[in-house]
Design a protein around this ligand. Structure first.
Ligand code: NAD
Length: 494
């Protein structure tokens, strides 16, 4: 497949053998092993990454531990300035980073540019917090003269384990608040998209972060992530990924009782009432499931439509899905890219087969395209009609461009079906009736409820899951709680 050539800076980066960042040094894996980095639109290698193992993970943790005491003492203003420099460098190299994201993850360039914008503003947001982390004075009722105050202290060495769907922002979702609050970090990006994280490592060094404050270990989940999760000298794991691996991390954390925060999977309901602005709802539902090829935790993958408009709404959605132009993300005409890996493509196609066996009907998509796209990991945007909430395609996270459309009778029916899921990450509601909007928002079991919008993210707005979608809230001031612990100081001055 032909596509526009990447920028010279991207070509130059890809031509260099990529290395891990440990203690301020660029290193190969201790045993020299490497993994291919694949362009998912072509299935061809564009580079390779070191396949780290236990020895590399150990060294990275040791480096982060050594760097912690001095980093903790850096004046908040100076920490903030360094993070601001990281944000400025992301902006400066934005075009290059966006192209790398597209080449490694597959998403179209226009989506990758949005990701770069988020990465920049997110880092800037937490840079601003360094000088605003205050404690409290406590009105304790102890007898005599006492002063009781609190301070917020960093946890120590943080490990950030991330998925491939946002290869630039995910490592920063972990690193920016961890560093702002005085922790050091070891990042373990997804083996399916590590090059962008390694380029980010160069930016951290260019911004002046001292050696060992940020370390990046690449490699497979079992070989590196699991070692970091079990490590007795790690104080905290911050994880974004599947619920299954989240469970494994909780078990792994038991040894030294390290703190754990988890951003996990979802099967989010997107509920359309007949009284909604249907044009806006169609666009919102479409983007809600097909943004980022459906590889987004918040994907509105269960679409609930009020019975009386179900057939018409779903037919229009299917027409929109059939019109999507798949292609290489660097091609300006591309509306949707490939899935991130062959394994993920196969997983999604397996679910399509399961849906057909369950007698749901694919009104659009339902297969991998042939012709020149066949070598890539594409799946056509797929709309399943005739689905119900007991089917596996409606209960299990697919993490791809597949939506199950399910009819509902009225508000109680929509809420009952929407909440009937082990997940509780997000939910969407489309209605012009303000009472219905508030009643649905109050009743839905989800960390975020969007009304007349979907995937409306803000750095200041808390993000995290109910039920099996996670522990803790990232973003905004809540995100600081994940990386700090409170010390209470009681002084008898009587
Ligand atoms: P995954 O859980 O397979 O992998 C995520 C990361 O964990 C990777 O870096 C992987 O190498 C590592 N890993 C795998 N096994 C491990 C182990 N045993 N110990 C330690 N680390 C291990 O997930 P994925 O397929 O890469 O990403 C998709 C998942 O991420 C979906 O479930 C999606 O919903 C979720 N996700 C959640 C959010 C959120 O904010 N809630 C955001 C994005 C993605």
């Amino acid at each position: 497949m032909t596509h526009p050539a990447p920028l010279p800076a991207v070509q130059e980066f890809l031509a260099r053998p990529s290395k891990m960042l440990i203690a301020g040094q660029w290193r190969d894996a201790a045993d020299g092993d490497r993994l291919d980095a694949i362009d998912p639109a072509t299935g061809k290698a564009i580079g390779s990454i070191p396949a780290g193992r236990a020895a590399d993970a150990d060294e990275a943790v040791a480096a982060a531990r050594r760097a912690f005491p001095a980093w903790k003492k850096v004046a908040p203003y100076d920490r903030g300035r360094m993070l601001q420099r990281v944000a400025s460098l992301i902006e400066k190299h934005g075009e290059e980073l966006a192209q790398l994201i597209t080449l490694e993850n597959g998403k179209p360039l226009w989506e990758a540019k949005k990701e770069v914008g988020t990465a920049m503003s997110w880092t800037d947001y937490y840079a601003g917090w360094t000088t605003k982390l205050t404690g409290e004075t406590i009105p304790a009722s102890l007898p005599g003269q006492f002063l009781n105050y609190t301070t917020r202290e960093p946890l120590g060495v943080v490990v950030g384990i991330t998925p491939p769907n946002y290869p630039l922002t995910m490592p920063l979702y972990k690193a920016a608040p961890a560093l702002a609050t005085g922790n050091t970090i070891v990042l373990k990006p997804s083996e399916d998209a590590s090059l962008v994280a390694l380029r980010l490592g160069e930016i951290f060094l260019e911004a002046g972060l001292p050696e060992g404050v940020v370390n990046i270990v690449t490699g497979l989940g079992e070989a590196t992530g699991a070692v970091l999760a079990n490590h007795d000298d790690v104080d905290k794991i911050t994880f974004t990924g599947s619920t299954e691996v989240g469970r494994a991390l909780v078990r792994a954390s038991a040894g030294n009782l390290k703190k754990v925060s988890l951003e996990l999977g979802g099967k989010s309901p997107n509920i359309v009432f007949a009284d909604a602005d249907l044009e806006a709802a169609l666009k919102g539902v479409f983007m809600g499931i097909f943004f980022c090829q459906g590889e987004i935790c918040s994907a509105g993958s269960r679409l609930f439509v009020e019975e009386k408009i179900y057939d018409e709404f779903v037919a229009q959605l299917a027409a929109m899905a059939r019109a999507v132009k798949l292609g290489h993300g660097l091609d300006a005409a591309t509306k949707m890219g490939p899935l991130v890996s062959r394994a993920q493509q196969q997983r999604v196609l397996d679910y399509v087969r399961i849906g057909e066996e369950e007698k749901a009907k694919a009104l659009a998509g339902g297969k991998a395209p042939d012709g020149e796209l066949a070598a890539g990991f594409f799946v056509e945007p797929t709309i399943f009609a005739g689905a119900n909430n007991t089917m596996r395609i409606a209960r299990e996270e697919i993490f791809g461009p597949v939506v199950c459309a399910i009819p509902f009778r009225d508000l109680p029916d929509a809420i009952a079906k929407g909440n009937d899921s082990p997940y509780g990450l997000a939910a969407g509601v489309w209605t012009r009736d303000i009472r219905k909007a508030h009643q649905a928002a109050a009743a839905l079991e989800a960390g975020t409820v969007w009304v007349n919008c979907y995937n409306a993210f803000d750095n200041a707005s808390p993000w995290g899951g109910f039920k099996q979608s996670g522990w803790g809230r990232e973003k905004g001031p809540h995100g600081l709680d994940l990386f700090t612990q409170i010390k209470s100081v009681v002084i008898n001055y009587g």
